[in-house]
Design a protein around this ligand. Structure first.
Ligand SMILES: Nc1ncnc2c1ncn2[C@@H]1O[C@H](COP(=O)(O)OP(=O)(O)OP(=O)(O)O)[C@@H](O)[C@H]1O
Length: 548
């Protein structure tokens, strides 16, 4: 039997035009204490020689044998099977197998949990498509499958996978997307004039479009509603939009199928799925409730530094160590906490790491730039993506070998999803989080996460990277630093209690961050913004009106 492959057939194009950081052009030399990382990497490399999908099965199901899609003849439409074959999906991943075989019928409601990168997209698209092909299709011109997900990038990715999965169907099925950042009128016209059998949307734009009677009419006969990243879709941020959307769709009693998927499903999700899933819905999980929600084959580490001032140098030292230990196809993601913080981090890294192919992705960029960068990083063979959480969930960037988190994720779930951007489809990967002293509670309060101290003494490396950081930051304009400072205050103020700091001491930490960026004094911050942050009257802030 040929070795199964975890790669998406035809999905990988070679990187275009990126500079390869060779050891001669790289700014760094192998540090003497990189041995521990080197040894860990060589283990990982040995593992990655094993067939990717085999390790996927091992990781998720204790070596359970994978079942070929060919065995689903008679259950799945032959044209669907042909599409899967064309995509290179030869074997079912465990979650795909469970959903396709454990559901009472392929039109049953379900809540499904499986680890990141294990093929949940196909696991919800296949039953929904099969259900339609088995005679339960909507009238021509109407939506049959509605998928709601949290980000624009993810909507595009799901739509691409749906297109692949329907490529051999005849007649062709149209898959449409609806998300913000694009011209509303054009999107509306395209939706109304088209034949959108599948619609993948983000909640804000969908809610907005459903204000139009013609759009509501498009959805009068839909058969399946999928909430991808269901816990995120039902949290406080998105739930109001989801409930508004539900009110504008045909009622649950109309008989449509509800499917909720995620790698993280905190217990509270069960209380809020009413309205989407009928009581008695099927719960499916490929995970042991006592095991870590992250993939076993992803070693996870923490680098603890004393002060926020050291975090930039720690990042460079870490990249140096990891690159020198494994320079081949070095493709990594660095997550920051806020859009403006990420913009600053990107500018710093671009300046400090000129030999690397750098990418930037966050919500302050135009949608066109976001889409372009997403595509470029998907196709890149190597490079560093500095990103915010716009790509923290669901995004499939092939062959990312390392995820670095600089600063606190909002919660443990967000940590898990960010880590899940590596080691996808059976590949190997590593994850490192860099925390300064006040943030170190994160690993202590989440003992279920298998995070170990980083095996190399990064703190000892800091002095040799500090001058590079300072030189790079000196090239960045004050306005960008002021925005990053304000974002730092805004994001981290939510953690004051966990930091165990008074507001005054918290502002001092933020001011240290400003100092580390080379700001001679704390950047000016609007009185109104300070009020909104709940920091009115707190000593140490430089309050005034900033030039925009
Ligand atoms: N049966 C399969 N055979 C080969 N490749 C597959 C198969 N199923 C999925 N893949 C590939 O595996 C990768 C991960 O799949 P997918 O994005 O659906 O994971 P996920 O479980 O939804 O991840 P996340 O939790 O991060 O959203 C994708 O590149 C996908 O094309």
């Amino acid at each position: 039997m040929p070795p199964p492959t975890g790669r998406r057939g035809g999905g990988f194009r070679r990187g275009r035009g990126g500079r390869k950081p060779s050891s001669s052009s790289a700014p760094y030399q192998i540090p003497e204490n990189a041995g521990a990382v080197g040894r860990l990497h060589s283990n990982a490399q040995q593992q990655s020689e094993a067939p990717a999908m085999k390790s996927l099965a091992n990781g998720a199901t204790d070596g359970q044998k994978l079942t070929p899609y060919a065995d689903m003849e008679g259950t799945l439409d032959s044209n669907l099977l042909a599409s899967l074959k064309a995509m290179g999906f030869e074997y079912m991943t465990p979650v795909q197998h469970k959903v396709l075989t454990d559901l009472p019928t392929l039109s049953s409601d379900c809540l499904v949990q499986a680890k990141t990168g294990t093929g949940k997209t196909a696991a919800f698209l296949l039953p929904a498509l099969q259900n339609m092909l088995a005679g339960n299709a909507p009238p021509k011109g109407k939506v049959g499958i509605l998928v709601i997900c949290p980000t624009r990038e993810l909507a595009l990715q799901i739509a691409t996978e749906a297109e692949g999965m329907t490529s051999k169907l005849s007649p062709k099925i149209e898959c449409h997307t609806a998300f913000g950042g694009t011209k509303r009128d054009i999107a509306l016209k395209k939706l109304l004039n088209g034949n959108p059998t599948i619609l993948v949307a983000t909640p804000g734009r969908l809610d907005d479009l459903l204000g139009e009677k013609e759009v509501r009419e498009k959805l009068t006969h839909f058969k399946t509603l999928v909430l991808d990243e269901a816990d995120r879709m039902l949290d406080a941020g998105f739930a109001p939009a989801i409930y508004k959307i539900l009110k504008r769709l045909p009622p649950k009693s109309a008989g449509w199928q509800g499917m909720c998927f995620s790698a993280t499903l905190p217990d509270k999700v069960n209380d809020v799925v009413k309205g989407i899933l009928f009581p008695g819905y099927t719960s499916i999980s490929t995970m042991d409730p006592n095991e870590s929600p992250t993939l076993d084959r992803v070693p996870q580490f923490v680098v603890n530094v004393a002060s926020v001032k050291q975090t930039f140098a720690a990042l460079l030292a870490l990249i140096n160590t990891e690159y020198n230990a494994n320079p081949e196809d070095f493709k990594i993601i660095v997550f920051g906490t806020t859009a403006n913080g990420v913009a600053l981090l990107y500018d710093m890294c671009k300046e400090a790491l000129p030999a690397f192919n750098m990418f930037e992705l966050h919500s302050r960029m135009s949608q066109a730039a976001r889409t372009r960068t997403t595509e470029q990083f998907k196709n890149a063979k190597h490079g560093i993506l500095v990103a915010s959480d716009v790509v923290g969930r669901g995004m499939d960037f092939p062959n990312v070998g390392l995820v670095v988190q600089l600063g606190l994720p909002m919660n443990a779930e967000q940590y898990v999803h960010r880590v899940g951007r590596t080691a996808r489809a059976g590949k190997d990967g590593r994850a490192v989080i860099i925390l300064f002293a006040n943030e170190s509670f994160f690993t202590k309060t989440n003992p279920g996460l298998p995070i170990k101290p980083y095996p190399v003494d990064i703190v000892a490396e800091l002095p040799s990277h500090q001058p590079t950081v300072e030189k790079a930051l000196a090239t960045i304009d004050e306005a960008a630093k002021a925005k990053a400072y304000q974002a730092f205050l805004g994001y981290n103020k939510g953690f004051i209690k966990k930091f165990n700091l008074t507001p005054k001491d918290f502002v001092e930490v933020a001011n240290e961050y400003a100092k580390s960026m080379g700001c001679p004094e704390p950047p000016m911050i609007d009185k109104m913004v300070v009020g909104k942050m709940g920091l009115k009257g707190v000593e140490g802030l430089n309050i005034g009106r900033r030039e925009r």
